[in-house]
Design a protein around this ligand. Structure first.
Ligand code: C2E
Ligand code: CA
Ligand code: CA
Length: 419
């Protein structure tokens, strides 16, 4: 009897996860969705169960229908946690709360960069539900229904490490003041014997969960040190950033290994920046602080990676021995058109400055984004606009070829300041 709106085939196929503490309401939502042709339906009674289920489900459901008021982990906290999930469904919030509260939550979800379909006042009807779901195609920006990247097998990865098939690609970052290359980030790639390149999303987590991540990071470090020795001889003195996983930080041997190998290669520690994701700092902070403090004392740079996706407060950050703040690409992307993202960027840059940290924006893809970052006072930029990650051997030619273009885009960013 309702006017039937065509449901996206992605929702039909990949399904919906309904999160509500009331069994009755959950049931009624499931029945409505089934009636609309959704084939896969999953249920959870609170945020914890929902997140657990999400990590298990393959493929990830297309949509999560999330109740706000729940005992245990409520809907707001669940939404905040969703940001960290690798596979995040599009979000549809349902609640009997007042519209002003729904609006506030919607604002938060958007500011966090979540793919928000909308908010619905309970009770749900087929009409309101199908109207909200009709927005699906335009919102699922986080690559929902795209199947998760294939994960490699543990023995194969262990072997690849031994055979030195895990190599660094380098992505340059430039100083916005003059467009000069100020540093590089080493990003792991698995180059297989047939030449195929496997991206880190397929093996970093496997390494972390199976005790291989220290070895992986140290393999990357060794190659970075080797490349730095060659580059120094040529008069090219970039800093190189290396990504360090959370579990490595609670291991004292790991910190020592970094210090010893760098010294053995005769490279000053200040040439190496260790990037640690913001979310890594929520774990065993005491152990991490010991390792980080020692590395910083020795002169290594320390960068907070993916800043903005975790929940560290200014007070927490001020106690940590960091030297650099790396703004997450999800805030940079589309920031020129979204005031919520711009507000977060602005706050993050000014906080970094007040704490005396170098500010780096990652994931810069457009001139507009570069101009905005420049106007906010961000110092360094990294992203496809500058260059994609490349093998060490390609760097010198790239630098020679691109120098003028990079100076040009920085001049242009400075000229469009404020506009
Ligand atoms: P990350 O540290 O946040 O690195 C940035 C990622 O964004 C890289 O992906 C990079 O290639 C990509 N990227 C760079 N510029 C742009 C851009 O303009 N637009 C977009 N959309 N993406 C851009 P990649 O190389 O696939 O690495 C993914 C993640 O894997 C890294 O994220 C890092 O967390 C992890 N990773 C990479 N290498 C290592 C490693 O040696 N050790 C550890 N522990 N993690 C690593
Ligand atoms: Ca990084
Ligand atoms: Ca990042």
């Amino acid at each position: 009897m309702d006017t039937q709106i065509e449901l996206s085939p992605l929702i039909r196929r990949f399904g919906v996860l309904v999160v509500d503490d009331s069994a009755v309401q959950r049931h009624s939502a499931v029945e409505l969705l089934r009636g609309m042709g959704v084939e896969q339906l999953y249920e959870a009674a609170d945020g914890h169960d929902a997140l657990k289920l999400l990590r298990m489900l393959q493929p990830t459901p297309a949509v999560i229908l999330l109740d706000l008021e729940m005992p245990g982990m409520d809907g707001i906290e669940t939404a905040q946690q969703l940001v960290q999930e690798e596979n995040c469904p599009s979000l549809l919030i349902a609640s009997s709360a007042e519209p002003s509260i729904l609006n506030a939550v919607a604002g938060m979800a958007e500011a966090l960069g979540l793919p928000l379909l909308g908010t619905l006042r309970k009770p749900l009807t087929q009409q309101t539900l199908s109207l909200a779901l009709a927005h699906f195609e335009s919102t699922h920006v986080k690559g929902v229904a795209a199947t998760p990247p294939p994960q490699v097998a543990v023995p194969a990865l262990a072997e690849a490490l031994q055979q030195r098939q895990i190599i660094p690609y380098y992505q340059p970052k430039i100083r916005m003041a003059d467009g000069e290359v100020a540093g590089l980030e080493a990003l792991a790639r698995w180059r297989q014997p047939d030449g195929k390149l496997v991206p880190p999303v397929s093996f970093i987590e496997v390494a972390e969960k199976n005790g291989l991540i220290d070895e992986l990071t140290l393999t990357i470090l060794d190659q970075v040190l080797h490349d730095l020795v060659r580059w120094h001889a040529l008069g090219f003195n970039p800093t190189v950033a290396i990504n360090v996983s959370a579990p490595s930080l609670s291991d004292r041997g790991f910190g020592n290994a970094i210090i010893e190998r760098t010294a053995a290669a005769n490279i000053p520690p200040s040439a190496i920046v260790l990037e640690i994701t913001e979310s890594a700092l929520v774990g065993d902070l005491a152990a991490a602080l010991g390792t980080l403090g020692r590395l910083r004392l020795k002169g290594f740079g320390l960068s907070i990676d993916d800043y903005g996706t975790g929940f560290s407060s200014m007070q927490q950050l001020s106690r940590l021995p960091f030297s650099e703040l790396k703004l997450d690409g999800s805030f940079v992307r589309h920031s020129p058109d979204k005031w919520q993202l711009r507000t977060i960027l602005e706050a993050a840059v000014s906080m970094g400055q007040r704490l005396g940290l170098a500010t780096v924006a990652e994931g810069v893809e457009t001139q507009k984004e570069l101009a905005l970052l420049y106007s906010l006072g961000c110092e360094y930029a990294q992203g496809y606009l500058i260059a994609a990650p490349m093998p060490a051997a390609e760097l010198p030619a790239w630098a020679g070829r691109e120098r003028e273009r990079l100076q040009g885009i920085c001049r242009l960013a400075a000229a469009s300041r404020g506009g």
